[in-house]
Design a protein around this ligand. Structure first.
Ligand SMILES: Nc1nc2c(c(=O)[nH]1)N=C([C@H](O)[C@H](O)COP(=O)(O)OP(=O)(O)OP(=O)(O)O)CN2
Ligand code: ZN
Length: 137
């Protein structure tokens, strides 16, 4: 029997959607107001879901205190109140779209969570725009 535990988290961050290989005009056409050279911000809401068997001794799939701490160190401390393009090394070249941020978050957490547990994340960039990722290639 597999059960999923979920933890919500939050960070706010600035970004700019931009392809450095394109002209400013093309960036403006494709990314619109999101290509603003002066950046813009989002209140990102993150849901981290961990699925696995319940350990009989603890009754836990994974200790949510441990999950909370992991999200704080690996994600919130790295991203919160940051300019993603300028201050987060993973986005020095990679465009910080919700899709790319989701893959980066998933990879950071995956390496820290027991391989027997399945991991998926949902990232809300706005209340109505959200992305899910579970490690599919
Ligand atoms: N596939 C993607 N498309 C877009 C992304 C993205 O990350 N992936 N990002 C953006 C913008 O950064 C931003 O998320 C869009 O802002 P906005 O259009 O204002 O979205 P809202 O939900 O706030 O818009 P409403 O009109 O209020 O619904 C664009 N595209
Ligand atoms: Zn944006």
């Amino acid at each position: 029997m597999k059960v999923t535990v979920n933890r919500k988290a939050h960070f706010n961050a600035a970004h700019r959607l931009y392809n450095a290989d394109w002209t400013d005009a093309r960036n403006a056409i494709v990314f619109g107001k999101c290509a603003n050279p002066n950046y813009h911000g989002h209140n990102y809401e993150l849901i981290v879901s961990v699925k696995g068997e319940i350990y009989p001794e603890t009754g836990f799939v994974m200790d949510m205190k441990v999950l909370k701490q992991l999200i704080e160190t690996e994600i919130e401390e790295q991203f919160d109140h940051k300019n993603l393009n300028e201050e987060v090394p993973e986005f020095e070249i990679l465009n910080p779209t919700a899709e790319n941020i989701s893959v980066i978050i998933w990879n950071k957490l995956r390496s820290k969570i027991d391989a027997n547990l399945e991991l998926s994340i949902t990232l809300y960039e706005t209340p109505r725009n959200f992305v899910t990722y579970s490690g599919e290639q």
